[in-house]
Design a binder for this molecule. Sequence first.
Ligand code: ADP
Ligand code: MG
Length: 286
Amino acid sequence: MSNLSPRALTPSGEKTIQPTIRLEDVHKTYDLGEVKVNALRGVSLEIRRGEFVAVMGASGSGKSTLMNILGCLDKPTRGRYYLDGQDVSALTKNELAKIRNQRIGFVFQQFNLLARTSALENVELPTIYAGVPIQEREKRARESLELVGLADRAEHYPSQLSGGQQQRVAIARALVNGPSILLADEPTGNLDSRTSVEIMEILQKLNKEKGLTVVMVTHEADIAQYAQRALEFRDGKMRRDVAVQKRLIAAEVLPTLPSVDADGVEVLGKNADGKGSAKGPAISTD
Ligand code: ADP
Ligand code: MG
């Protein structure tokens, strides 16, 4: 994969000592004038390169606030955030934007694709901000789409894709600048259970084969089973940090699940509910 930077190519299994993410006593307070919301109340944690971590917890427990800080979309009110050893809590907005663009990929529950824009153009967008030469952009975007098994859907618009396919486009977009960290905030929140496992298959493959560090928010215990490690948040604090027992491997689970559409016909137009994606990702499952 030529569009992933060397940072992301650490072979899985290779041990690096320095954590890629380190939070020290991070607090986040939203100041709404009259009211102050303490969304994070002293979070310390380390995530090593190449880990696949699930972040769990009830609604309002601070998961998205944590992801925004990890992704340099927001800064801690107090405490330190070291990204690959660099203290990013003190950087300016422009410096944070640069880090975000180069090193971090985001995936959201709502896909957040531009509607009047093809899959290919959606995926190309971050390469424009990154200053990738115009001749390179399409090539990289196509490579990214191929990674998520959607090379043959490049010219489709989001409305012509199922929910699972739209999320795969969003993953391709997150990968296009070769990040070393993928942050996914409830990536399966809008998807049916089979499609959710298909998304897990892609994330597990990227994690294993590209050494991508994956941090994924989910409130579904069965989805967290696909991670290696689970963090549980409650009231802005991390209450649990455990290794996942009996980790599930999506490529093994998928054949045991019924197909949404057994004859393999793609149902176009029925996207909102995430149904209609009968095909698994075209990437191999080693
Ligand atoms: P989760 O993702 O676990 O549901 P959030 O991190 O979104 O939790 O929210 C944690 C707390 O912070 C909640 O009480 C929420 O209402 C509050 N909050 C989140 N974002 C903002 C914001 N931009 N402004 C004010 N309060 C916020
Ligand atoms: Mg949230």
